[in-house]
Design a protein around this ligand. Structure first.
Ligand code: ZN
Length: 368
């Protein structure tokens, strides 16, 4: 089995400027490091390098998405606006999405990296891919950036698979702790792309990601939201996958699965209140690989989204890459025992009830 890795040093040069966590500095907020800074991703890459796993992966060179490809989702006026700001001295793409000069090209490289990953899988160069790209994408709307996201990386990639590669059905599974609102919006009335988001109930964006938001028109049933109670970990995520995500994928029968992998459901994340750990992510990856094997010849791309604990993101990311590739780095998560002791490994009754509310969505998924 060969696993590809998308990575580019320029991903680390996207400048989110100063903030306190995600709150812009100014007034009584002293300038601090923005939560979405290069460190979490760079430390994951460093751990992959230091443990010797990177050379065992096939390097996939990202390319810049073209404006035409980006505009399969985004409005041309928005793309032009971001370019103009980026060519000047940077700006803000919308809600909480600061960027510096040159971020336009880096965002094109991020979206293009996910497309390159999908192409490498479809062309049989690799079995699956981990795309360690930046900036993230799942909050970006057609005409507005949001939540640190400029362009919708996975949405643009799904459009690419359909429009340029001729695939019929694509599934996107988003396990970032925040609602994948941009991806949802991209395909809300489109029955050819199944979008599933698992997220902490009521986290970000506020008032977004309800169970009732199930797609509309021809896309009715093809959007699934699974809001999970805060504090949940492996127990609630694995149950949600076994009872909702995997059955929904089986009913939909996609030709390709893309995972929007946010590691901000990790137990040490400053922007989420969930308790996932590296073993939990390993298990979710295994479930996605199993579904991809059964449904679409193993075609699977895992794309990096959020994750803001520079201490813990590396160990969660490494576990996913190990599972995806079948390789062992020999690294044991040094924080796992401590984090397991904090709870979240077992399914709690209120989590069981929240997942039970989502189970009826499976039979509404447009069957192949
Ligand atoms: Zn997130």
């Amino acid at each position: 089995m060969t696993t590809g890795l998308v990575w580019h040093e320029r991903y680390m040069w996207h400048d989110t400027r100063h903030a306190a966590a995600a709150f812009p500095s100014g007034g009584w907020i002293e300038p601090d490091t923005h939560a979405e800074n290069p460190l979490t991703k760079r430390r994951l890459k460093n751990l992959m390098d230091a443990s010797g796993i990177t050379p065992q992966l096939q390097s996939i060179e990202p390319r810049m998405a073209t404006v035409e490809e980006i505009c399969r989702f985004h409005e041309r006026s928005y793309v032009d606006h971001i370019k103009a700001l980026s060519d000047d001295n940077g700006g803000d793409a919308g809600g909480l999405t600061p960027f510096g000069p040159g971020s336009y090209e880096i965002a094109l490289l991020s979206a293009g990296g996910v497309m390159a990953a999908c192409d490498a899988v479809l062309d049989g160069e690799v079995d699956n891919v981990y795309a360690l790209c930046r900036p993230p994408g799942h909050h970006a709307l057609a005409g507005e950036g949001m939540g640190f996201c400029l362009f919708g990386n996975v949405a643009v990639a799904a459009h690419h698979l359909r429009a340029a590669r001729g695939l019929g059905r694509v599934a996107i599974v988003d396990w970032d702790v925040h609602h994948g609102n941009g991806t949802q919006a991209a395909f809300y009335d489109d029955p050819s792309v199944l979008t599933i988001s698992l997220h902490q109930d009521g986290c970000f964006p506020l008032f977004s990601g309800a169970v009732e938001d199930n797609g509309e028109g021809a896309g009715a049933g093809a959007n699934i939201n699974i809001p999970l109670p805060r504090g949940g970990g492996r127990g609630s995520y694995v149950a949600a996958f076994e009872r909702v995500v995997v059955p929904a994928l089986e009913r939909f029968a996609p030709d390709f699965i893309i995972v929007a992998n946010g590691l901000d459901a990790g137990a040490m994340d400053p922007l989420g209140r969930m308790q996932m750990h590296s073993d939990g992510y390993r298990e979710l990856t295994k479930l996605m690989m199993g579904a991809a094997d059964r449904l679409c010849e193993g075609r699977l791309v895992i794309e990096h989204e959020g994750g803001y604990s520079s201490a813990y993101v590396p160990f969660c990311g490494l576990a996913i890459v190990e599972q995806l590739s079948g390789l062992s780095s020999g690294v044991e998560d040094p924080m796992l025992e401590f984090l397991r002791a904090q709870g979240g490994d077992e399914l709690a009754p209120h989590e069981d009830a929240a997942i039970a509310r989502c189970e009826p969505l499976v039979e509404k998924v447009p069957a192949a």
